[in-house]
Design a protein around this ligand. Structure first.
Ligand code: FAD
Length: 364
């Protein structure tokens, strides 16, 4: 049996950063990734998402990110990751979908079907893309039309001639409306009044990260960082704006019926209590993909995994409070490309610290 210093699960931005830093520290590790090829979640983003559309992709350690362009993000970024893995000789194994991580005394055993990897520590970098979130509304199963989630958005032309309800108050909902409104009939509902901004507000970004960090420190489930930084309309959404799509937003409906959605208490004069729709597009976000960690019992009573405070840089908070052998990167405050980078470095340092403490007999 080979005993690794660390097993990294996931080869997105956070996992690659962790692998780079583990390698620099001379730590023996393997990266297990469920995808068939490099690119993390980027390889699955919808085709119309260009490098101009993404909010901004941070550099990987020692590798500048591709520049903005009208090229497809799901081509450019996976190609960049592929070069990074190859040039850095990163020890990525794929496709390996980890289904559980268990404890065996002082060691951790990572399982994928019949296969096993044994390690002293774990870096979890599994992101959120594989866990699309759809809120539960009465009647959802009775709906006769189509239901889609961001994770499987089939492109605007799929909806031609259909009346589409877009649900969600995040950047992906804004983009989908921008694409759909000029070509078909759309409606928009959100749970909260959207907060619009003109430019990227760095202070709002920092406040959002701090808020998520505070939740995670207390063991609460993390919120999305992007959901609290505000929305902006870009040139490609101006036509939808001119058509009044964003102004016609309504609060969430009460229930779903076979042919549409119904509000029990329609807000505002003249608002219909029922809207017929042919398709519902749930742009309602994702949850952390951490089901495989369940045997480690890391979750607090509040449902999140509490992380130890990483000091000044909140994105360096990566160590599970319940088990310091486990580092979570790209989780909570580090769930962005820049956060993933920083957390990857913090995780490698935490792994080294843990191994040194064990070697000197100071670890719990
Ligand atoms: P991912 O890129 O999701 O990588 C996780 C990897 O882990 C995947 O390869 C996955 O297959 C693998 N994995 C998952 N479960 C398992 C398992 N059980 N076993 C083995 N492997 C597993 N952030 C930004 O900073 N800028 C942006 O412009 C931006 N745009 C975004 C747009 C959208 C639509 C969304 C949803 C998010 C966006 N984000 C953006 C946030 C973004 O998700 C992160 O910044 C970053 O891509 C996440 O990197 P990651 O390494 O944490 O996860």
């Amino acid at each position: 049996m080979h005993l690794y210093d660390a097993v990294v699960i996931g080869a997105g931005q956070a996992g690659l950063s962790a692998s780079y830093h583990l390698g620099r520290l001379g730590l023996d590790h393997v990266v297990l990734d469920a995808n068939d090829g490099p690119g993390g979640a980027w390889q699955h983003r919808w085709d119309s998402l260009t490098m101009d559309d993404v909010h901004g992709v941070a550099d990987l350690p020692d590798a500048p990110a591709p520049v903005r362009s009208d090229a497809r993000a799901n081509h450019v970024l996976p190609a960049w990751f592929e070069r990074y893995e190859r040039d850095g000789d990163l020890p990525v194994e794929r496709p390996v979908r980890v289904d559980r991580v268990e404890t065996d005394g002082a060691l951790l055993v990572v399982g994928a079907g019949e296969r096993r990897w044994t390690a002293r520590t774990l870096v979890n970098a599994t992101g959120t893309w594989t866990r699309p979130f759809v809120p539960s509304y009465p009647g959802a199963r009775s709906f006769r039309g189509e239901q889609w989630h961001t994770a499987h958005y089939p492109g605007a032309s799929h909806f031609d001639g259909r009346r589409v309800l877009v649900v969600g108050g995040g950047a992906s909902a804004v983009q989908f409306l921008g694409e759909l409104a000029p070509r078909t009939d759309v409606l928009w509902v959100t749970r909260r009044e959207p907060v619009w901004r003109e430019d990227f507000d760095a202070d709002a970004g920092r406040r959002a990260i701090t808020r998520v960090h505070e939740r995670v420190r207390r063991g609460l489930p993390p919120e999305s960082i992007a959901s609290v930084t505000g929305l902006a309309l870009r040139p490609q959404e101006q036509e939808a704006a001119r058509l009044g799509t964003y102004d016609a937003r309504r609060p969430m409906f009460s229930r779903i019926e076979p042919d549409g959605v119904r509000w029990d208490d329609p807000a505002g004069a003249g608002q219909a209590a029922f809207e017929r729709v042919d398709a519902i597009l749930w742009a309602t976000g994702f949850r952390p993909a951490i089901g495989h960690l369940a045997p480690l019992h890391l979750r607090s009573a509040d449902g999140g995994i509490a992380l130890l405070d990483g000091g000044q840089d909140v994105q360096a908070s990566v160590t599970a409070a319940a088990d310091p052998r486990v580092q979570l990167v790209g989780y909570g405050p580090s769930a962005s490309t820049i956060g993933g980078n920083r957390a990857g470095r913090a995780a490698a340092l935490a792994v080294r610290r843990h191994l040194q403490e064990r070697a000197t007999g100071r670890a719990a």
